[in-house]
Design a protein. Structure first.
Length: 246
């Protein structure tokens, strides 16, 4: 009985001593060391493998490799939420895509995957040495946000610029969009396009003025689409920017 009691007492004492030692180490750690521990804990929670953090005062320098500009910004934003972090110095590297053309194709694929993107929006993708720029028109701010997020997170995107213009809210323009789309895609010339998830003729309406963009199969289709729109009442002007697919 006595021996058993001694064993239990020694084990309890060792645990208490270990806890006291850990608490003492934490209490006596320098502010930089304490902040570094918190940052590394957050990196572990984020599963940010291969990312290193150096701490000086309230400034954290991050180094390592990430997949995209979006992933880089996500990482920075998350570390800025760590208690005590006031500044991030980025030495993060982004892996490059095989080519700008391949990168543009992957960005375009992400645009098509967006549930927000419709025939009433138009997006042009520019890529220059890994820098992706989106230009064009969307009907709602949420569409701009979603498309930007998708583009920025494509692997290989070094930097991202969002120049999408959100069209002004207008019930009159919404009505015209619906009428134009129904009239075009019910026309026998364009009926084969109607079954596509995102038909190729895009209809941009702003203050009752219409811009047609996208791709058609022939000059006949290009002219017919414009003629259809010009025959709809309530439209102030029509600009035909449709391209003929070669």
């Amino acid at each position: 009985m006595f021996a058993g009691s001694m064993v239990r007492w020694c084990a309890g004492s060792m645990l208490a001593l270990a806890a006291t030692t850990a608490a003492f180490a934490q209490a006596t750690a320098s502010p930089d060391q304490a902040l570094k521990v918190r940052v590394e804990q957050r990196l572990t929670q984020m599963r940010a493998r291969g990312i290193k953090a150096a701490v000086q005062g309230t400034s954290v320098t991050l180094s390592g490799s990430v997949a995209s500009a979006g992933a880089k910004q996500d990482l920075i934003n998350d570390i800025l939420k760590v208690e005590g972090v006031k500044e991030i110095v980025s030495e993060l590297n982004i892996g490059k895509a095989e080519s700008d053309q391949k990168l543009a194709e992957r960005v375009a694929d992400q645009m098509r995957r967006s549930t927000y993107f419709t025939v009433f929006d138009d997006v042009e993708i520019g890529v220059d040495n890994g820098v992706v720029t989106l230009t064009g028109f969307v009907t709602q701010p949420i569409k701009s946000d979603d498309l930007a997020k998708r583009a920025a997170h494509v692997d290989g995107v070094q930097e991202f610029v969002n120049k999408l213009e959100v069209l002004p809210a207008s019930l009159a323009d919404d009505r015209l969009r619906s009428i134009i789309a129904n009239t075009i895609y019910r026309d026998p010339i364009f009926s084969n396009y109607a079954s596509q998830a995102i038909p190729p003729i895009h209809i941009i309406v702003r203050n009752s003025s219409v811009l047609l963009t996208g791709v058609v199969n022939s000059e006949v289709e290009r002219r017919q689409a414009e003629n259809i729109v010009r025959g709809i009442s309530g439209i102030i002007g029509v600009q035909n920017a449709l391209r003929v697919e070669r």
